[in-house]
Design a protein around this ligand. Structure first.
Ligand SMILES: Nc1ncnc2c1ncn2[C@@H]1O[C@H](COP(=O)(O)OP(=O)(O)OP(=O)(O)O)[C@@H](O)[C@H]1O
Length: 259
């Protein structure tokens, strides 16, 4: 029995002349909550898309990835669920909420239409969508941003994936809704025993709920360790600067560092 979900060795991705990630090597442990933090453009989303097999065709990939717990690369939608920053663009505007949540169970678990609808109903309750019977028949434009993100999470876990990737899922939401979504993810991941890869600009958010943190800078890994240790005793000077200078990396510095 392995305790590793994935081993990643010398992973590099380029878009033409742009080296987006370079020589990444680390393991993802089964059942952990692993946060990837770093400034905008540091390669976080590229890394997530690379391991999910969702890179655009023009990207070139090198290095090795092994998936001891699957014995093969994970199938997106089946073995891994992906939740993106903007639920507005990841949801289909012409399908009902119920159809979108049911799709994963119907396609990947072989559920009949009525079984999949039942699964959607159960998941709507688990992600705390109000009035599930009404909302399952609604369309995305009728929901708030936070509700849409709950739908996107329910749709991502509908097929009971073992691995969930959440890429900046709270960035487009206000603070109160952000906290609700993080607490929802924490509960779902614990209940279903999923491994979570959580990508964020926000080191405070990462440290509040990840087991381990990986720090990226310019496409390279600068530090990896237990969340508490990375935040309280950063081994790398860059991480220390990030902690000292930015709680939320999206916030530009108001005053440049003095020479
Ligand atoms: N589809 C693409 N085509 C060309 N270049 C890309 C593409 N996607 C990302 N890049 C480039 O790759 C680098 C890494 O981008 P990436 O989006 O992975 O970083 P990130 O850390 O996720 O940033 P952000 O937090 O702003 O989303 C950047 O220089 C970016 O401009």
């Amino acid at each position: 029995m392995t305790d590793l979900l994935a081993t990643i060795r010398r992973l590099s991705v380029a878009y033409g002349d742009v080296d987006a990630v370079r020589g990444l090597s680390f393991d993802i442990r089964l059942g952990e909550r692993l946060a990837i933090i770093g400034e905008s453009g540091s390669g976080k989303s590229t890394f997530a898309r690379a391991i999910a097999g969702l890179l655009p065709p023009r990207a070139s990939l090198s290095g090795e990835m092994d998936w001891p717990c699957f014995g093969r690369p994970p199938l997106p939608g089946r073995d891994l669920g992906f939740v993106f920053q903007d639920p507005g663009s990841s949801l289909n505007p012409v399908l009902t909420i119920g159809e979108q949540i049911a799709e994963g169970a119907r396609r990947h678990l072989g559920y009949s239409a009525s079984e999949a609808w039942q699964r959607a109903r159960e998941l709507a309750g688990r992600v705390y969508l109000p009035q599930p019977d009404t909302i399952l028949n609604a369309f995305p434009h009728q929901l708030s941003g936070g509700q849409k993100q709950r739908v996107a999470i329910a749709a991502a876990i509908s097929s009971r994936p073992r691995f969930l990737i959440a890429d900046e899922v709270t960035s487009a939401l206000d603070m109160v809704v952000q906290a609700e979504i993080v607490s929802l993810l924490r509960r779902l991941v614990a209940e279903d025993g999923m491994t979570l890869l959580f990508i964020t600009h926000d080191i405070a958010l990462a440290s509040s709920f990840a087991d381990r943190i990986v720090v990226f800078r310019n496409g390279e890994l600068v530090e990896i360790g237990a969340a508490k240790a990375v935040v309280s005793r950063p081994a790398d000077v860059y991480t220390a600067e990030l902690i000292a200078g930015h709680i939320d990396f999206t916030t530009p510095r108001l005053v440049e560092d003095m020479p």
